[in-house]
Design a binder for this molecule. Structure first.
Ligand SMILES: Nc1ncnc2c1ncn2[C@@H]1O[C@H](COP(=O)(O)OP(=O)(O)OP(=O)(O)O)[C@@H](O)[C@H]1O
Length: 260
């Protein structure tokens, strides 16, 4: 299965992309009050289209983490709305929001965040264990095969390389077939070759498994694995680039003053 690739205007929030993925409407987030208040997001309307891989870039303090946390339901916006899979997060009572986060949103972090006492298999299955649901064995097998984890399932995290640990974390994020997977600097702790492998697997989860991925990164080479790149500066979207290449991303980052 191959993903349909949309256009820049879709990625920027123009055209509807069905109920898959996530989108925001005039999202604002202000931290604090009075003269010291910080407007981290300033009216951001963006679509993270279903079945696509979107990178989020921008200089330090641009609002990337805040955007990701608001769309993932980890932080409440000051104003505006967030939809994940067509569901308005702001309209959900706390218990339903928690369930939504657990079952319909996947996370991959720079620090892997695996439980050290559990095997790779039990780490992957943790979201279903916590939810008290039965894992879909066929999907589990597909994810494990796609990510090349078949012969590592009995290992604990300390017995795995960094790249293998990140693959377990990605499998865990995918096990519930979430509406969207958020990856926050997922290659930040990996050497460049292992990082490239993990990025290729994120890419494959979109192309072969039909998943939706949004990744925050400072790395132009990482962003070039995405279908499109959204650039934030001072809490606003300042550009969207389709079919990014490392050179084009680097040029754009330089012009925004955020090149590493
Ligand atoms: N909890 C908070 N309280 C106050 N200000 C905050 C808080 N979190 C973030 N900010 C501010 O909001 C702005 C956006 O921060 P955010 O972490 O979203 O940026 P970022 O683009 O992810 O940066 P980086 O690339 O450095 O991680 C910054 O000015 C930051 O200082």
């Amino acid at each position: 299965m191959s993903s349909a690739r949309g256009t820049a205007s879709e990625a920027a929030g123009g055209a509807a992309s069905g109920d898959g993925g996530a989108r925001t409407e005039r999202l604002s987030k202000v931290y604090g009050t009075g003269p010291t208040a910080v407007r981290a997001l300033d009216g951001v309307s963006v679509t993270l289209p279903g079945g696509r891989f979107t990178a989020i870039m921008g200089p330090s303090g641009a609002g990337k983490s805040t955007l990701m946390h608001c769309v993932a339901g980890l932080d409440a916006p000051t104003s505006g709305r967030v939809f994940v899979g067509g569901v308005d997060l702001g309209a959900l009572p706390d218990a339903k929001l928690t369930r939504m986060r657990r079952e319909r949103i996947g996370f991959v972090f720079q620090a892997f965040n695996l439980l050290p006492t559990l095997t790779a298999r039990d780490n992957v299955l943790l979201p279903t264990t916590l939810a008290g649901t039965r894992p879909d064995q066929q999907w589990f097998d597909t994810v494990v095969r796609t990510l090349g984890l078949g012969d590592r399932l009995g290992h604990r995290p300390a017995e795995l390389s960094g790249g293998q640990q990140q693959r377990v974390a990605l499998a865990r994020a995918l096990i519930t077939r979430p509406e969207i997977v958020f990856a926050d600097e997922p290659t930040g702790n990996l050497d460049s070759r292992t990082g490239a492998e993990v990025l290729a697997l994120l890419r494959r989860s979109v192309d072969d498994l039909g998943q939706t991925v949004a990744m925050v990164t400072h790395d132009p080479a990482a962003a070039a694995h995405a279908d499109s790149v959204i650039y934030l500066a001072d809490g606003r979207i300042v550009d969207v680039m389709d079919a990014p290449t490392p050179d084009r991303v680097l040029d754009r980052m330089r012009s925004l003053g955020g090149a590493a």
